[in-house]
Write a protein that binds this ligand. Structure first.
Ligand SMILES: Cc1ncc(COP(=O)(O)O)c(C=O)c1O
Length: 392
């Protein structure tokens, strides 16, 4: 798999692209959750699974103890379902403060909510113990941690429920999952499939990205052409495209299910190969960037499948602009607190929100491309530190 460099511009998309062969490939046995679980329900988004969890566990009307380091959309889903979020401390290395969680549990607390950040396991055993001591459920949010394990234990299998997002890790047009662990079973409705046109539109866009990834200038030109025709067609036919990766919860989409095409593509993936490629790419960035930017994590524990390489920077806006100009689709990670969470109470998280960028390290990126990415990032970081002409 080779991304192509044209002139001095790379094409490094933030998400993996769809290779045409994946549409016809036969299914492989899925050895990791949610695919390995007999009790999985699939949705359009992970946020739908968060919402349904609140209803299923009858948490509406109660309080849910959530991390102060959050995306925001999962908190919106909790609030929309009728529960009240309360927040606990997370440290400057994405470390959940279990002692702080314990201190904040009150008779009103009806559940604990743990997020595994970008594939890095949170303290799920300690949280499980705490939840059991208080007789309340543990919700394990693995939206950013599909395919990741804590040693030999797959993430999402320790909580009463595990919640997953498929489209952040796999080249699928949509998809989230709710896995119910333990003996208790719930009768959950089978959500309806999403509009075919929406699935089609996301699929085409992922295929075109693949074309650009492999085809350089020709692919880029073709993608531009198809996109402009496509936009016109979508508009003319008033096709309902339900965007993925959006920042806010929308009640109108809460019942939307996953497309059958997502399942087909997901089951055809070489999951172990994906984890291996992501780990290789992460190590490569770690080795080439640690001297110019102190890493958030100095190592990659066994089983971890990194969603991206978290890079600590001083000036996010400038760095982002520089990387994007060179064709690297880095992402500003979790800039905002949900309004229910007071930033002044969690200064370390406020600092994380000001300083973390996502550098892609997904399975489509070859070691050669990762080397080029590292070079671009090094240059951008160095020029960030150089005093500007005006200042000197
Ligand atoms: C921690 C967390 N939970 C849930 C979600 C919701 O995922 P989805 O976009 O699939 O609804 C996100 C989205 O980024 C997230 O970061």
């Amino acid at each position: 798999m080779e991304a192509v460099k044209t002139s001095d511009k790379l094409f490094v998309p933030s998400l993996p692209t769809l290779w045409p062969g994946m549409l016809m490939a036969p299914p492989r046995p899925g050895a990791l959750p949610p695919f390995s679980s007999p009790n999985a329900r699939y949705f359009y988004f992970a946020r739908n699974a968060v919402w349904l969890t609140m209803k299923m566990l009858r948490l509406d009307g109660g309080e849910v103890l959530m991390p102060s380091y959050h995306h925001g959309v999962e908190v919106e889903a909790v609030v929309d379902a009728g529960a009240t979020p309360r927040f606990y401390r997370v440290g400057s290395r994405w470390d959940v403060d279990v002692a702080d969680v314990a201190k904040r549990i009150t008779p009103k607390t009806r559940a604990l909510y743990l997020i595994h950040y970008a594939g890095f396991p949170g303290p799920v055993d300690a949280m499980r113990k705490l939840a059991d001591e208080h007789g309340i459920p543990l919700i394990e949010d693995c939206a950013l941690s599909l395919l990741s394990s804590d040693g030999a234990t797959p993430l999402g299998t320790t909580g009463d429920v595990g919640i997953f997002c498929l489209y952040k890790t796999l080249p699928v047009p949509n998809g989230g999952a709710l896995v119910v662990n333990g003996k208790r079973s719930y009768s959950l409705p089978e959500p309806p499939a999403p509009p075919v046109a929406s699935t089609f539109s996301h699929t085409i866009s992922a295929l075109l990205q693949n074309l650009e990834l492999r085809g350089g200038a020709v692919g880029r030109g073709l993608r531009g052409l198809v996109r402009s025709v496509g936009h016109g067609t979508v508009k003319a036919a008033s096709i309902e495209r339900v965007a993925t990766g959006t920042q806010h919860f929308d009640r109108r989409h809460v019942d939307l299910g996953m497309s059958p095409l997502t399942k087909r593509i997901a089951l055809a993936q070489d999951l172990e190969g994906i984890v291996e490629a992501r780990r290789r790419n992460y190590f490569l960035l770690l080795g080439r960037l640690r001297d110019v930017s102190p890493p958030l994590f100095n190592q990659l524990p066994a089983g971890v499948s990194p969603l991206f390489y978290p890079m600590v920077v001083q000036d996010k806006e400038t760095l982002l602009a520089k990387l994007r100009e060179k064709g690297i689709d880095a992402i500003d990670f979790w800039k905002r607190f949900h309004p229910a969470c007071d930033p002044t109470e969690f200064p370390e998280v406020a600092q994380l929100r000001r300083t973390i960028l996502e550098i892609p390290c997904h399975q489509d990126l070859s070691p050669e491309v990762m080397g080029q990415v590292a070079e671009v990032v090094r240059e951008a970081l160095k020029s960030e530190r150089r005093p500007s002409k005006r200042a000197s």
